[in-house]
Design a protein around this ligand. Structure first.
Ligand SMILES: *Cc1c(COP(=O)(O)O)cnc(C)c1O
Length: 386
């Protein structure tokens, strides 16, 4: 659909990505590979736009949650990058993935045996990552299953490629989980040794997400699975503070890729005592000028930002007043020198000297960055800017 038929659009900055990926590379050990995590439509940035951008910057490995996302990366990829499914692959999906040379996490014996039989059937080797349980208690093989896994890998090494041995940490972004994460690292070392003693060497050892990569560099292994940091956000404030302290700097080294913009839909005056919008949640305490913006909770601007959120118009920060509607909201523009229909509205991003970040946005709405970003509807057009 043409861009100007939409009520808002999202810009993705190429320069910001380049900056982030260079910073991240400087933080990785020698030879550590980056897998770019693009689940959740590339954290709301659009797989279609983001995957080629990452490829232009030398990334050739992508991680997704499911087969549909793998399909989207495959479509968007210009360089036939490696694709890894970290989550759900049900029966036919696994067969499809094997056929397409897409690697998959395997965390149960039934799936492992399926991989063997699909590989035989499709006459393609199955590239698999064995996920071990180390303490997150979500998915992964328990210790008492390792023997059968190892025996299966050995017996079927003609059709199975032991692509990776992996696990996921249960909250490396919070120091409160320090003990648990350390315990997981220890358990993972045990798993590595176990498979090695069996004569099985995975091509890639990978355990670290953004937080672990930064906070516990010893977990980087052969490959790191980087999500949120690529898009310019530290996983939590805690990880940012820890980084700043260690690097002896005050400057956040990451840059946000994403800006979200709309336009003023209408401007009108209200009198003292008038209620604005639905119900009585906002009453004008004096004569006011208000502007409507054609963005509401159906577009991902949370309803909990009612009477709380801020947007930028004509270089000034203006407050959301009243209830955020399904498709629009009202803001107080009484103090702006000029305001007209069609003026640019920045919901996330910079305007003049001011900036609205995703975090201020998500603090008000009690969402974490991850949630706020992935709730931006796929229908809002994304465009690439320099
Ligand atoms: C989402 C995810 C990641 C990336 O997490 P970030 O915190 O965004 O870096 C890494 N590994 C797995 C298994 C994931 O599900």
């Amino acid at each position: 659909m043409p861009l100007d038929l939409h009520t808002s659009h999202i810009e993705i900055s190429k320069a910001a990505y380049k900056h982030n990926i260079n910073f991240l590379r400087s933080f990785l050990g020698e030879g550590v590979k980056i897998s770019s995590v693009v689940k959740g439509n590339a954290y709301g940035h659009s797989i279609e736009l983001f995957a080629p951008l990452a490829e232009e910057n030398g990334v050739d490995h992508f991680s997704v949650f499911s087969a549909d996302e793998a399909y989207n990366v495959q479509k968007a990829s210009k360089q036939r990058s490696d694709i890894m499914i970290m989550g759900s692959v049900e029966d036919e999906q696994l067969e499809w993935a094997i056929e397409q040379d897409i690697s998959c996490y395997i965390f149960d014996l039934k799936r492992l045996k399926q991989a063997v039989s699909f590989a035989k059937k499709t006459r393609k080797k199955a590239k698999i990552h064995i996920e071990v349980e180390t303490g997150m208690h979500r998915t992964g093989f328990d210790v008492d299953e390792w023997q059968e896994v190892a025996e299966t890998l050995k017996a079927h090494n003609d059709v199975l490629i032991f692509k990776g041995l992996c696990t996921h940490f249960a909250g490396a972004e919070e120091i409160a989980n320090y003990y648990r994460i350390k315990q997981q690292q220890q358990n993972f070392r045990r798993a590595k040794r176990y498979f090695k003693d069996f004569g099985l060497e995975p091509q890639l050892i990978h355990t670290a997400c953004s937080a672990a990569t930064l906070r516990y560099p010893q977990t980087q292994g052969d490959m790191v699975r980087l999500g949120i940091v690529q898009y310019g956000f530290f996983p939590t404030k805690e990880v940012l503070i820890h980084f700043l302290e260690k690097a002896k700097t005050k400057e956040d080294p990451l840059q946000r890729l994403l800006s979200w913009k709309s336009k003023v839909m209408d401007v009108k005056n209200v009198k003292t005592g008038d209620f604005v919008g639905y119900g009585t949640s906002f009453m004008a305490g004096q004569p006011m000028k208000i502007a409507t913006i054609p963005v509401g909770y159906s577009h991902g601007f949370s309803r909990s930002l009612s009477n709380q959120g801020r947007v930028l118009i004509n270089g000034q920060r203006v407050p959301v007043i009243g209830v955020v509607n399904m498709n629009m909201m009202t803001v107080d523009v009484t103090h702006l020198d000029t305001i007209e229909k069609g003026d640019e509205v920045v919901l996330i991003g910079k305007q003049g000297d001011l900036e609205i970040g995703v975090s201020s946005f998500s603090e008000f709405s009690n969402q974490v960055n991850y949630e706020m970003l992935t709730r931006l509807p796929a229908e809002i057009p994304r465009i690439m800017v320099d």
